[in-house]
Write a protein that binds this ligand. Sequence first.
Ligand code: FES
Length: 81
Amino acid sequence: MTVAEIEIQWPNGTISLTKPGIDWLQVARDAGIIIPTGCLQGSCGACEIEVNGEVVRACIAIVPRAKSCQLKVDFANDPFW
Ligand code: FES
């Protein structure tokens, strides 16, 4: 069975395709997006992003399966994103 690709909409308007299960920092890098990081262990919150309105820590989270095959990413906390 093939896994459906997920379309990611980034805050700057970029759209990329990926598969569920890949970590967010890698997906962002592949799309040319830099997510700020700190501890890389899930404790500092520097890497927080919103995925369809839900805050996740990108350094410890993976792209989830999405029924719609679309995920919208916003950058949490930092108004300069
Ligand atoms: S880099 Fe610290 S929580 Fe992700």
